[in-house]
Design a protein around this ligand. Structure first.
Ligand code: NAD
Ligand code: TYD
Length: 340
């Protein structure tokens, strides 16, 4: 049997760790081994990888994707790359975008360049629907021109274009995924759902931006990971695949569901100053992923949300220290990262 060595960048983060636990779990393919390449920024959680730490098909390399020497060495030892590593929180990109440009743009360039030089079989670049910008009606297809608004979205759009340029120029097998807003267990408590749930569990209020009428499409982490695996194993080189969740809600509607799930009253909502340049709505058309790869989101949102709330209720140990960490500046939160 052919054995595939996969380098997973950002594998200690929310989605990357779920991908790794799934690949090396009981339903994962038997013929893969995984090395996580992660800088262990404030957003990483070492314990999210505990379930796979004992596997002889798992290794962890603490490194920065912007470091060409270490990244090149690791890429050379692998057959495929699945690239999650990024600065991922829009609000942080508004207060300071330098690290977003460094990791998301420069880091992706270092990685895809190494992939090209070492003849990597397949490079899956995990991106976001935010690169298409805000749309008030309809859904964005893979062919929709990019129109990112936040520094986060702009840095992801730049990274998509750099990655795809290596396919067009050098023939590197690059595949890009663009998903909607993920939710589920092990998500760092700064994004809406885990922030609001942990606030409510701690008896605090929840800060709803502006009028709360911005719309997001919610994608369960299991569906996203399945979509990425379909792209890695069955996607076509040089192609982009949208991965949607199928549940569009205003932030206000979502907050009411969260209040209900946590048994909290409506007076816990605190309407606060809106996010600068706040995108009104994202919605991806995932019919290409469905037609080519058989992708369909399966998780019922109400069930998925109830399971997520229950997980945070039962796993305080996981998130309490992360909440303290979230308050610190990024440079105080990095473990063992070489300079770029
Ligand atoms: P996350 O913030 O939870 O994790 C990011 C991981 O990348 C962390 O483990 C961090 O330590 C690592 N990292 C950051 N900078 C690094 C560097 N320079 N070198 C090596 N590792 C580095 O992010 P997430 O929510 O899991 O998102 C993963 C990917 O999915 C990102 O590329 C993000 O843009 C994309 N995405 C996320 C969502 C979402 O809803 N969370 C939606 C669309 C797309
Ligand atoms: P977020 O989880 O940060 O994801 P993204 O900005 O990438 O979509 O935010 C989801 C939505 O929730 C977005 O419209 C902003 C809003 N929001 C709040 O209203 N309050 C908050 O404290 C946060 C973090 C987000």
């Amino acid at each position: 049997m052919t054995h595939t060595r996969i380098l997973v960048t950002g594998g200690a983060g929310f989605i990357g760790s779920h991908y790794v636990r799934t690949l090396l779990g009981p339903s994962g393919p038997p013929d893969v081994s995984v090395t996580v390449l992660d800088k262990m920024t404030y957003a990483a959680s070492s314990s999210s990888l505990d379930p796979v730490r004992g596997s002889d098909r798992f290794a962890l390399a603490i490194a920065d994707i912007c470091d060409p020497v270490e990244t090149g060495r690791l890429v050379a030892e692998h057959d495929q790359v699945v690239h999650f590593a990024a600065e991922s929180h829009v609000d942080r990109s508004i207060s300071d975008s330098a690290e977003f440009v460094r990791t998301n743009v420069l880091g992706t360039h270092v990685l895809v360049d190494a992939a090209h030089r070492h003849g990597i079989e397949t490079f899956v670049h995990v991106s976001t629907d935010e690169v298409y910008g805000s749309i008030s009606t309809g859904s964005t297809a893979e062919t929709t021109p990019l129109s990112p608004n936040s520094p986060y979205a702009a840095s992801k759009a730049a990274s998509d274009l750099i990655a795809l340029s290596y396919h067009r120029t050098h023939g590197t097998d690059v595949r890009v995924t663009r998903c909607s807003n993920n939710y589920g267990h092990h998500q760092f408590p700064e994004k809406l759902i885990p922030l609001f749930v942990t606030n409510l569990l701690d008896g605090k209020n929840v800060p709803l931006y502006g009028d709360g009428l911005n719309i997001r499409d919610w994608l369960h982490i299991d569906d996203h990971v399945r979509g990425i695996e379909l792209v890695r194993t069955g996607g076509r080189p040089g192609e982009v695949y949208n991965i949607g969740g199928g549940t569009e809600l205003t932030n206000r509607e979502l907050t009411h569901l969260l209040l209900e799930a946590c048994g909290a009253s409506h007076d816990r909502i605190e309407y606060v100053t809106d996010r600068k340049g706040h995108d009104l709505r994202y919605s991806v058309d995932w019919s290409k992923s469905h037609a080519e790869l058989g992708y369909t989101p399966r998780k019922n949102f109400v069930e998925g949300l109830a399971e997520t709330v229950a997980w945070y209720r039962d796993n305080r140990d996981w998130w309490e220290s992360l909440r303290e960490r979230a308050a610190l500046p990024a440079e105080e939160n990095v473990v063992g990262a070489p300079a770029c």
